[in-house]
Design a protein around this ligand. Structure first.
Ligand SMILES: [Zn+2]
Length: 73
């Protein structure tokens, strides 16, 4: 599955499928009684060639983005 990341150094966004889940995903309850997925992934950044770690929580909103190259053609 390709996910959308934003390089923290350059601010450039990129799609990447070769990310690695760090540890296990957890389901946590938030203060309002809802549930959310928690965990982290690491990805080798094609922009700055460094390796970044992202919280899954931060990527969830990115999943709602329209991926231009697939699913719609
Ligand atoms: Zn980067």
């Amino acid at each position: 599955m390709r996910l959308y990341f934003v390089c923290p150094f350059t601010g450039t966004g990129f799609w990447e499928s070769r990310w690695e889940l760090q540890g296990r995903l957890r389901v946590e309850a938030d203060a309002s009684g809802g549930r959310r997925v928690a965990g982290s992934v690491e990805v080798n950044c094609p922009v700055c060639k460094d390796r970044h770690e992202y919280r899954v929580e931060d990527l969830v909103c990115a999943l709602s983005r329209v991926e231009p190259e697939s699913e719609f053609n």
